[in-house]
Design a protein around this ligand. Sequence first.
Ligand SMILES: C[S@@+](CC[C@H](N)C(=O)[O-])C[C@H]1O[C@@H](n2cnc3c(N)ncnc32)[C@H](O)[C@@H]1O
Length: 314
Amino acid sequence: MKWSEICIHTTQEAVEAITNILHEAGSSGVVIEDPLDLVKDWPQEFSEVYDLNPSDYPEEGVNIKAYLPVNSFLGETVEEIKQSINNLFVYDIDLGDNTITISEVNEEEWATAWKKYYKPVRLTDHITVTPTWEEYQPQFEGEKIIELDPGMAFGTGTHPTTVLCIQALEKHMKDSDHVLDVGTGTGVLSIAAAKLGAESVLAVDLDEVAVKSAKINVKLNHVQDKVSVKQNNLADGIDRQYDIIVANLLAEIVIRLAKDAYDKLTDGGILISSGIIKQKELEVRQCLEKVGFTLIEVIEQEDWVAMIAKKGED
Ligand SMILES: C[S@@+](CC[C@H](N)C(=O)[O-])C[C@H]1O[C@@H](n2cnc3c(N)ncnc32)[C@H](O)[C@@H]1O
């Protein structure tokens, strides 16, 4: 397996929180390079001599290094890590200059390195996702194929959080439903919804790169008659109601969206929320119930949970 090194330059204060984020993102080991270690009195047990090289350490602040497997969703994992770290501002944690570098393969190569690991994948009974550069012929009648060129946006379709959303869309969405996709990334969930029979889909993302990518992918999949894409913060300013809201965000952002999602669903409408790491399941569940949702299903893949919740009684 190939590994990529991610290095975050930050402060002492942020070490614990960032280490947690890296573990949650699937890193098995974390190295902390703290210049304070150079001046610390190390115990000289069993004749062990600590011979630290100052050139391995930053002059100020702390380097946290972690190793991630190079796979088709490496880009997404790095994006998740960046987002989770940026979210620490909310908790008043000083992040210092918060520079993030990727090495082993240089950043430019890294941006495309994952491409060779990205192959057509069957995600559900009906949906297969394939990168645009692969030749893929349908394998069975009724197979719906999503072609994607993710560029630098999140959403190859293969990430567990995305797969859970597509499975939930396939199960809970009815033909003629109107769908809102919050945090669309490459547009993968909107395209899936359109191909599964949605009447209309509005795809929103805060990130301009994602909005561009989603617009390209929507056209590539010939669903532009059903799917519109716009830059937007969560569901702010959206003034109509939807039958389904799908939101593959992080737990903290799902919590921020919950009340607004409830208001913007029709009675009996369904919220599919994903991007929830297992440890945060209870927190999100309590928040959804507090705003009035009835939880109807919780599905899991690896360390990730998606919650399907209904507006009104089950
Ligand atoms: C985990 S990715 C999901 C992408 C895609 N929907 C998928 O399932 O593969 C989350 C996306 O949410 C977007 N996002 C994060 N915060 C947001 C906000 N406040 N408003 C809208 N989009 C946001 C990010 O830019 C990113 O594209």
